[in-house]
Ligand binder design. Structure first.
Ligand SMILES: NC(=O)c1ccc[n+]([C@@H]2O[C@H](COP(=O)([O-])OP(=O)(O)OC[C@H]3O[C@@H](n4cnc5c(N)ncnc54)[C@H](OP(=O)(O)O)[C@@H]3O)[C@@H](O)[C@H]2O)c1
Length: 323
């Protein structure tokens, strides 16, 4: 790959795809093509100061071998169909769906937490999975605390914005006269928990490489356009004062600690690259417990930005091998 890789954004008309295009333009990438379903083919999407035409994401187009790097944000079944075609044609594929996240052998990567794992993809089919939008900020916070004091148990309650469910849901909220009381739960049930709760647990364990870590999650949608929040109760092996935990998190990459009277909100996190963390305090219900609250932009760090950071790790590694 040269200094300007040939990039394809698949799902370019969607909530994550549009943010991916915006971030790529901001970062100076120029050689970018947009793909979506037949429904959008022929339309245009904004890119930098201009716009680019949307092409249909056919197997022929994605398998042509003229794109170095694809970002996929098309949903799990479309990813299962299209990612292998792009990969077989030699492209690096960063997939934001659930298709590969928990499949053995596929790296599931948050660059600040386990970025080294991304490079494993270069030795095989160049497919890297991007985690769920709540898993990413959670692991950014858990990793440094684990390194310092060992994680024993995690409980989390999420408050997830409608943009996490895609562009159509955003339109629905924008045009709803109500305050969101019609909000539909868009997850499926796996026994007595939602697939979102199961994903949050399984993905966190995989990324932190703690397969037995007890994690219990309750996930809900809230009538907020952008920005997911999480209340987190963390039980540690060793006691940490809240001030120590705050200091550790102040040094953590992609984390910004807010001190009272400031605290994280989705509005403050929207449009920001960092995970906002605050209300760091002792959990009075647990011996070595810390409680905290975080908010992050689910479309940026929770999806598009994290995927671009993974891609940049891979591009750097490829460039270093060539040099
Ligand atoms: N939203 C988030 O916060 C978030 C965070 C992390 C991961 N993700 C994941 O990212 C993926 C996309 O999410 P989103 O929120 O951007 O959804 P979205 O707003 O509904 O957008 C879906 C995009 O995929 C395209 N698409 C759908 N089926 C396709 C097909 N068969 N072939 C080609 N393109 C197809 C759509 O094109 P048309 O416009 O032509 O229909 C659209 O561009 C999902 O897997 C989601 O789980 C989302």
């Amino acid at each position: 790959m040269d200094a300007q890789p040939r990039i394809g954004v698949v799902g370019a008309t969607g909530a994550v795809g549009m943010v991916t295009l915006g971030l790529l333009a901001e970062r100076g990438y120029e050689n970018v093509r947009a793909f979506a379903s037949a429904r959008s083919a022929g339309s245009t999407v904004p890119f930098g100061d201009g716009s680019i035409a949307v092409e249909e994401a056919t197997p022929e187009a994605l398998g042509a071998g003229d794109v170095d790097l694809f970002f996929f944000s098309v949903g799990t079944s479309a990813s299962r169909e299209l990612v292998p075609i792009a990969s077989a044609a030699g492209a690096v594929c960063i997939d934001k769906s659930s298709a590969y996240r928990l499949v053995d052998g596929y790296p599931l990567v948050v660059p600040e937490v386990n970025g080294n794992r991304a490079l494993e993809a270069l030795g095989r089919d160049r497919i890297v999975a991007n985690p769920n939008c709540c898993t990413i900020p959670l692991t950014c916070v858990l990793k440094p605390l684990h390194e310092e004091a060992g994680l024993a148990r995690v409980r989390v309650s999420t408050y997830q914005s409608v943009s996490g469910a895609g562009a159509q849901r955003m339109d629905a909220l924008a045009h709803e006269a109500s305050d969101g009381h019609d909000l539909v739960m868009d997850w499926t049930w796996e026994g007595d928990e939602s697939d979102e709760e199961a994903k949050l647990r399984a993905e966190t364990r995989k990324i932190l490489e703690l397969p037995d870590l007890p994690i219990s999650a309750t996930c809900v949608r809230v009538p907020v356009m952008v920005g997911h929040s999480e209340a987190v109760w963390i039980e540690l092996e060793r006691r940490l004062a809240p001030e120590e935990a705050a200091e550790i998190l102040r040094d953590a990459p992609s984390v910004r600690v807010l001190d009272l009277p400031s605290f994280p909100t989705p509005a403050a996190a929207a449009g920001e690259d960092e995970v906002l963390v605050g209300r760091i305090r002792r959990d009075s219900a647990s011996e070595n417990g810390i409680a905290l609250y975080l908010s992050s932009d689910n479309l940026r760090k929770g999806a598009a930005l994290n995927a671009i950071q993974i891609a940049e790790l891979l591009l750097e590694a490829v460039a270093a091998r060539v040099a």
